[in-house]
Design a protein around this ligand. Structure first.
Ligand code: FES
Length: 331
């Protein structure tokens, strides 16, 4: 994750206007954001997201789903989460057309691979949003691809009308859980991968885990399986160590901050007046990643790759902890 230290230092925000807010499916609103002067927005890549600064101080990441070649607007889809901790509820209930809000610049940790091979885009529910932007790019590149969108019912098929009206309509399929003959067959879709095929998966944790497991069983190369998490995956097993207190040392000031049991390093640092950018607080979004200099981490996030964990260069303070007594971060 090369941009980890950049994320820490990055403070710039964009002020945008909500140009459109539409209920496009059960519990899903579609937002269009534009610059107040109507000028071009910063460029983004397919798979990128922006973080919305919401009323009440909440910060939440949402994927951009429009064609990245269109710099006039950012389009997002936001599901009202039944267990919302306030973010999606604020979007649904408080944001209004014409309102100005702050957002982060686009960031991407779910990029398309540089390859001419076939792309398989697998979306569960609102996870379709980054894959829509990918579909625009793949179609423009004339690269072979298929987008499969699995939903619980047709009333929840957000963006399906847009997909049917798009130039890549023939590449898109809808799968509906409550219609037995239309249910998604992940095993069939992932069978027999070619050497240069890549699969991109986005959706709820159960859908993601099933897709990644089927890909593994079918022999996909791990590096060709790309995923974007919206919520933390269920823990695969016991943590490396039982929770215990530890200390965060800030290398530049030599300041030490105690992290007691029951408190995250992120909260302890905030309480000590050391603000760290954060968003999901679940180890999913990557916003809070800190550069690590010394110490051994009990990784509890769902964002770092195995290689990043093995490098011992990153620490996700919203959920991960220390195995030893001290972690030294480059702050
Ligand atoms: S705030 Fe999202 S990974 Fe830490």
């Amino acid at each position: 994750m090369a941009q980890a230290s950049g994320q820490v230092a990055e403070a710039a925000t964009l002020l945008v206007r909500i140009a459109q807010k539409l209920l496009i499916a059960e519990d899903v609103v579609r937002l269009e954001l534009v610059l107040p002067d109507g000028g071009p927005l910063p460029a983004f890549e397919a798979g990128a997201h922006v973080e919305l600064r919401l009323p009440g101080g909440l910060v939440r990441p949402y994927s951009l789903c429009n064609d990245p070649r269109d710099s006039s607007r950012y389009v997002l889809g936001v599901l009202r989460e039944p267990k919302s901790r306030g973010g999606s509820r604020a979007v649904h209930e408080q944001l209004q057309v014409g309102q100005l809000i702050e957002i982060s610049p686009p960031r991407n940790r779910f990029a398309l691979a540089s390859t001419d091979g076939r792309a398989l885009l697998l979306a569960g529910g609102i996870g379709v949003t980054p894959l829509l932007a990918m579909a625009h790019v793949l179609h423009a590149r004339q690269q072979p691809f298929a987008l499969h969108h699995a939903v619980r019912s047709t009333s929840r098929a957000a963006f399906w009308n847009e997909m049917q009206a798009s130039p890549f309509a023939a590449n898109a399929s809808l799968h509906v859980d409550d219609q037995p003959r239309s249910r998604v067959n992940l095993r069939g879709l992932l069978a027999s991968p070619a050497a240069d095929d890549h699969v991109y998966v986005c959706g709820p944790s159960g859908f993601m885990a099933a897709a990644v497991n089927e890909a593994k069983q079918a022999g996909w190369a791990p590096a060709h399986v790309h995923r974007e998490l919206f919520s933390a995956l269920p823990a695969a097993g016991p943590h490396v160590v039982a929770e215990r207190p530890f200390t965060i040392e800030l290398a530049r000031s030599r300041r030490r901050i105690d992290v007691p049991i029951g408190t995250t390093a992120l909260v302890a640092m905030e309480s000590a007046g050391v603000p760290v950018a954060f968003s999901c607080e679940q180890g999913v979004c990557g916003t809070c990643i800190l550069p690590l200099l010394h110490g051994e981490v009990d990784h509890r996030d769902s964002i770092l790759t195995n290689e990043e964990r093995a490098s011992n260069r990153f620490f996700v303070p919203c959920c991960s902890r220390a195995i030893g007594p001290v972690l030294v971060v480059d702050l």
